[in-house]
Design a protein around this ligand. Structure first.
Ligand SMILES: *Cc1c(COP(=O)(O)O)cnc(C)c1O
Length: 402
């Protein structure tokens, strides 16, 4: 009989001791608001911006309330207005079309390849047909496309790129960090992403004018001189009169919790790789039925989640398989479900987005499963989990094919 898995899929790695100490200092000072500190340059939020810009290799960084807010501000700073078409991946998480709709933009969803990447032919075609000026490129579940090829398409279609790096903080394409290819990189520090402050977001850019606008819109009031990685003051001359305040600030408590996590990121990325690859290796013997997205040459992925497809299963069988996993305390999500569940939904559930025909995406999502890989799992946990998943899958596949 197959064992049950005993670890929790929602337990994150412990926070470093420095984060607890720094958080306590902020609480003791009662200066939680980012502009509240007497010596402004030393606020935890400003220091976080400086540290993250440094780590990411970006000129500018703005700390905000969430990844979704980072995307909204980026879209607005790139000039998206109500009624504008905005291209984005059909396979993504709800806050991505949500950010576009919040600006009044109209999401144009681009098809998905078998390796869960944006389909570049469909992108080129829809860029032309829609007249969109902006692509909100979602590196969903950490899968980076061939960025050289993507940049050629974007260039040809005159698209401004905003990168959604919620799952690619630290991922690289030919040595270059994701988030550095577009006008803006948008990061999330929600608990299940690569740094954990419960909620939070980071926006990076090398464009001083657009970043000045984003800072004013984030709710800086006239305190934009109290930021850690902001453009020169001259870039705010017009922005401070032109840009509405949309109150999306980060606070010092969350910044204090995040800063000590930055130096740990590189190590975490290695740890995720070992864990992800251990799990993936357990499914390789089932390759006839279970398809893993092929690694893309040149891309280094952060393995904070695992995806696999079982294309031969019917919808009913997919639903049964999720239950079979659950019987063994293995939390697997299914993107083909009729109903949105937990964090998982897909384009057919998003009534706030104009309905679009996406046959290839539908075909991929129909048999697509997804699992979190928290760093609280040891490598041995991942070996055990891999063995359990292998046993469940092989029994299940034999059952349905006989
Ligand atoms: C989590 C997530 C976001 C949004 O981040 P929040 O901080 O939760 O707003 C955006 N895109 C993807 C792909 C995500 O998973």
């Amino acid at each position: 009989m197959t064992a049950r898995f005993t670890r929790s899929f929602t337990k994150q790695a412990e926070l470093p001791l420095e984060a607890l100490v720094a958080a306590q200092n902020v609480l003791r000072s009662a200066a939680l608001h980012r502009y509240q500190t007497p010596s402004p340059q030393a606020s935890e939020t400003a220091l976080l911006e400086a540290d993250f810009a440094d780590w990411q290799g970006a000129q500018y960084c703005l700390a905000v309330a969430s990844g979704g807010q980072a995307m909204q501000l980026a879209l607005r700073a790139c000039g998206v207005q109500s009624g504008d078409a905005v291209l984005t991946n059909a396979f993504t998480l709800a806050p991505v079309p949500g950010a576009i709709r919040a600006t009044g933009g109209m999401p144009v969803l681009v098809e998905t390849t078998a390796d869960l990447l944006i389909d570049l032919d469909d992108l080129a075609q829809k860029a032309m047909a829609s007249g969109a000026r902006v692509l909100l490129l979602s590196h969903m579940r950490g899968h980076l496309p061939d960025m050289d090829a993507l940049l050629r398409v974007a260039d040809h279609a005159n698209l401004t790129i905003i990168e959604d790096c919620a799952h690619t903080m630290g991922a690289t394409w030919n040595g270059r960090k994701s988030g550095s290819f577009g006008a803006f990189g948008c990061f999330s520090t929600q608990s299940y992403k690569h740094m954990n402050s419960g909620e939070g977001g980071l926006l990076t850019s090398d464009d001083p004018q657009a970043m000045a606008q984003a800072i004013i819109m984030s709710g800086s009031y006239m305190n934009y001189d109290r930021h850690g990685a902001a453009p020169a003051l001259s870039y705010f001359e017009d922005a401070r009169y032109d840009c509405p305040n949309m109150s999306a600030r980060m606070d010092n408590l969350r910044a204090a919790v995040l800063r000590p996590q930055i130096p740990l990121l590189d190590r975490s990325i290695e740890d995720w790789k070992t864990r992800h690859d251990t799990l993936a290796a357990a499914l390789v013997p089932l390759a006839d039925a279970v398809v893993l997205p092929a690694p893309i040459n040149g891309a280094i992925r952060v393995g904070s989640s695992l995806q696999f497809r079982v294309p031969a299963l019917t919808a009913e069988e997919c639903a049964q398989l999720v239950l079979r996993f659950a019987d063994h305390c293995v939390e697997v999500k299914w993107f083909g479900c009729d109903e949105p569940k937990g964090f998982t939904s897909q384009h057919r559930h998003w009534r706030y987005v104009q309905a679009q025909s996406l046959p290839r995406t539908d075909e991929i999502l129909r048999g697509l499963f997804d699992m979190r890989v928290p760093l609280s799992f040891s490598v041995q946990d991942c070996r055990d989990l891999g063995a359990i998943m292998h046993a469940i899958l092989s029994t299940f596949i034999k059952g349905v094919s006989s």
